[in-house]
Design a protein around this ligand. Structure first.
Ligand code: GAL
Length: 684
């Protein structure tokens, strides 16, 4: 089996983000000792401090951080060192404005915030490479440094780039990809609306156009290009770091943002992938409907599931520890008593072995004066610090769970072509949003642990067979290679569930002139002679499955069996296609496929999990109310069951078989009341 890049600390470790440059040096020692008194053994530093290291172009100064590192050494504090390229110095952007990113209208983003650079400026690449080299040479063998963070949150703040350097690099990317203009014109369908190019120099990153609707095939390639640019920028840094830093130090980066193939970046450049987890965004003060979901902070488990698909055991570089906001945004309230522990355990339950809080003390200056850390401005001991200490005690009690892996009962298939297409194409987006949320909610509420499984070039069908059931909700873009993999999976015994809109596009994003679901016709034995989205008046339709009626929201593929082996399991209940097939099963080799003509709402997904026999796999061991999440980590037959109560009210759980509560070491069976936000870790 392919080895994935993952955290290898061999213990559950607590860290915190620290900014020596924000505080008087007289505070450093006390801070570091106090951290250790409270169970924190690692700090992340340096990621915004370029000017401290290079106050003038080409003039490097390390005395400030040398003094700080001496304190780290004296106090035995371990360090993750950040490369400072997320915030270029003002001397740099003044001298070389071409390094700046710009908006779609070509207006440059100026100095004053952060992440205002572009990945493709040759000048920026050269100056970034130089500062990384100097830092790596100077600190690469420092005994206290255990790892390096590249930049900070690549693609955060902005994940679109429209500078001149980007246009030049985009042309190279396209030349490399298509070789000829004919091939490019074909792939982008430029014959439509007379967009044909006769020179690569005529091509730009998307610009202001009528109706703000640039050629969709161009934008899909542009998205791939942004990802490629970020990956190349990370690789440039990691290649330098590897040359100079000691072998045992790891390389990582933090965050998970759009238009970036995190799987590729991790394979090419990192030893482990890390995430920044702020679950309290779910309780936003500012109106922010995009965050609204009935799972609230539990929705962060979905992000953690994504992170785990990159690094099965990962790190949290920034774990929320206080109330949040910028001076321009009033965002999230303070974690209530117990929530800081809950969110830490949420991360660990999903596979994190390293949890570093953001940040030690709240900054008194700048944009983030309201982005609270563990301590407030006054620096006095507080409730949150006390809770951090209690967490460190709990981590000692569950230390044997370190290095174990999350155990899912089924997988949801993904690939970047479809993720990005769903970001751009409203027809794809509408169906995908509903199904991704629905499947995740159903898994959560039925206590059925799930994984995201990305189809990568290296993915094998043996890897897929680790999951008895895979749902590929809307594989709009299909490729022959991916279809071959799915065929093998099904023939060897896998159950593949597909939803509407499968297979109607190729890799360019153009629609195929074929019976749908395109390349998956044969495997599903299904034909889609007609389809429609559900207009408001037709919104309510159902597809039967035995005695159950499945909700069929947003879109309807009206199905027809393609061969005699296709088994029509369900039909539409209303509209002009009442009675037409809506669910087809096809047995193939040792496995089978289900083609469902619509989207997977929470209720529909629940029925699938139940009917396919995978719902609630630990139901005979532990009964939980909906408000609790169940996550399971496993190593060599030992299972660790994490039970997380997300509600601010108590609830009852029933342990049906003897299990050890690892926090107390006591064996337990029977009914137990969980307090608001309480967590338990059982060993079985
Ligand atoms: C993260 C970022 C940190 C800090 C924090 C609070 O996205 O990496 O530097 O800005 O959010 O806004």
């Amino acid at each position: 089996m392919r080895e994935k890049k993952e955290m290898n600390l061999e213990q559950l470790t607590m860290g915190v983000c620290y900014y020596p440059e924000h505080w008087d040096a007289s505070m450093w020692k006390d801070d570091l000792l106090r951290m250790q008194d409270n169970g924190i053994s690692v700090i992340r530093i340096g990621e915004f401090a370029w000017t401290v290291f290079e106050p003038k172009e080409g003039e490097f100064k390390f005395d400030f951080f040398d003094r700080f590192m001496e304190v780290a050494e004296q106090t035995g504090m371990k360090v993750i060192f950040g490369t400072p390229t997320a915030t270029p110095p003002v001397w740099l952007t003044e001298a070389y404005p071409e390094v700046l990113n710009s908006d779609k209208n070509g207006v440059l983003y100026r100095h004053g915030c952060r992440r205002h650079y572009n990945y493709n400026s040759k000048k920026y690449q050269q100056l970034a490479a130089r500062i990384v080299t100097e830092l790596a040479k100077h600190y690469g063998n420092h005994p206290n440094i255990i790892g390096w963070q590249i930049d900070n949150e690549l693609n955060c703040e902005l994940n679109e780039f429209y500078s001149e350097a980007d246009t030049l690099a985009f042309r190279e990317f396209l030349k490399d990809k298509y070789q000829t203009l004919d091939a490019l014109n074909q792939a982008w369908g430029t014959v439509f609306w007379n967009q044909t190019y006769s020179a690569f120099e005529e091509i730009y990153v998307p610009r202001k156009v009528v109706s703000d609707s640039t050629n969709p095939h161009q934008v899909l390639d542009y998205t791939r290009f942004i990802s490629d640019s970020a990956c190349r920028f990370a690789k440039m840094q990691s290649d330098i770091l590897r040359e100079y830093i000691k072998e045992e130090a790891f390389i990582t980066t933090n965050g998970m943002f759009g238009n970036l193939d995190n799987h590729r970046m991790t394979k090419e450049s990192l030893d482990v992938y890390m995430y920044d987890s702020y679950p309290n965004f779910a309780f936003c003060m500012d109106e922010n409907p995009k965050q609204a979901t009935d799972l609230k902070d539990r929705k962060w488990s979905r992000n953690l599931t994504e992170v785990r698909s990159v690094s099965p055991i990962f790190g949290i570089m920034e774990q929320q520890s206080g109330p949040n906001g910028w001076n321009t945004r009033m965002e999230a309230p303070a974690p209530k008593p117990g929530q800081l522990t809950l969110w830490t355990m949420q991360s660990i339950a999903h596979g994190a072995d390293f949890i570093s809080y953001f940040r030690w003390r709240t900054c008194t200056k700048g944009t983030e004066i309201y982005w609270h850390g563990i301590l407030d401005y006054s620096n006095r001991d507080n409730r949150r610090l006390k809770e951090v200490k209690e967490v460190s005690f709990k981590l000692k009690q569950i230390k044997e769970a370190a290095g174990s892996h999350y155990k899912a009962a089924f997988g949801v298939l993904k690939d970047y072509d479809n993720v990005w297409d769903a970001g751009l194409d409203k027809w794809h987006q509408r169906v995908d949003k509903v199904s991704q949320a629905g499947i995740f909610q159903a898994a959560q509420l039925t206590h059925t642990p799930m994984d995201y499984v990305y189809l990568e070039d290296e993915t094998t069908f043996e890897e897929l067979l680790a999951y008895p059931v895979l749902i590929y909700p809307h594989a709009v873009i299909l490729t022959k290679e991916r279809v071959n993999l799915l065929e093998e999976y099904v023939k060897e015994g896998g159950i593949l569930v597909l939803g509407c809109r499968t297979g109607y596009k190729d890799l360019t994003g153009q629609c195929v002139m074929d019976k749908l679901p395109g390349l998956l016709q044969e495997l599903t034995a299904t034909d889609v002679p007609e389809y429609t989205f559900a207009g408001p008046a037709d919104d309510l339709n159902y597809i039967s499955w035995d005695d159950v009626l499945l909700e069929a929201p947003v879109f309807h593929d009206i199905l027809s069996p393609l061969t005699e082996e296709a088994n029509v399991l369900g039909t539409y209940q209303s509209n002009y296609y009442k009675g037409s097939p809506g669910l087809i099963e096809h047995i193939c080799g040792k496995g089978k496929t289900y083609y469902f003509g619509s989207c997977f709402s929470k209720e529909t997904a629940k029925v699938f999990l139940e009917k396919l026999g995978i719902a609630n796999p630990y139901g005979d061991i532990i009964s939980l109310p909906e408000q609790c999440e169940l996550a399971v980590r496993e190593r060599a037959g030992e299972k660790y069951l994490f039970v997380l109560n997300y509600e601010n009210e108590e609830c009852e759980i029933v342990v049906q078989k003897d299990m050890t509560d690892l926090y107390t070491g006591q064996t337990e069976t029977g009914t137990r009341i969980l307090r608001p936000f309480e967590t338990v870790v059982y060993k079985m």
